[in-house]
Ligand binder design. Structure first.
Ligand code: SF4
Ligand code: SF4
Length: 79
């Protein structure tokens, strides 16, 4: 049976947090329906605690991208 989160080649959606652009506001964490994103104690180049991708369960909904106030901090790929 086809998994509806995959494309025809079986490639899943994915998310990347570019940690040096993230300010750790947490909005993406709150709005992710799959709990993919988590707060981290890692401090980035700007001195902020950042958000990390914690699971491979991204469905490519784009919520995190839409709510993120920092341009370029999140990339979502929907194959
Ligand atoms: S695209 Fe959707 S499922 Fe994937 S990390 Fe962002 S909010 Fe979560
Ligand atoms: S919404 Fe953007 S700035 Fe805020 S924690 Fe997520 S990636 Fe970082």
């Amino acid at each position: 049976m086809k998994n509806n989160t995959n494309n025809e080649d079986g490639v899943k959606p994915s998310v990347t947090v570019h940690i040096d652009l993230c300010k750790g506001c947490g909005l993406c964490i709150i709005h992710c329906p799959k709990d993919v994103l988590q707060a981290s104690i890692q401090i980035n180049a700007l001195g902020y605690p950042t958000t990390i991708v914690a699971t491979a369960d991204c469905i490519g909904c784009g919520n995190c991208y839409l709510v993120c106030p920092e341009p370029g901090a999140i990339t979502v790929v929907r194959p």
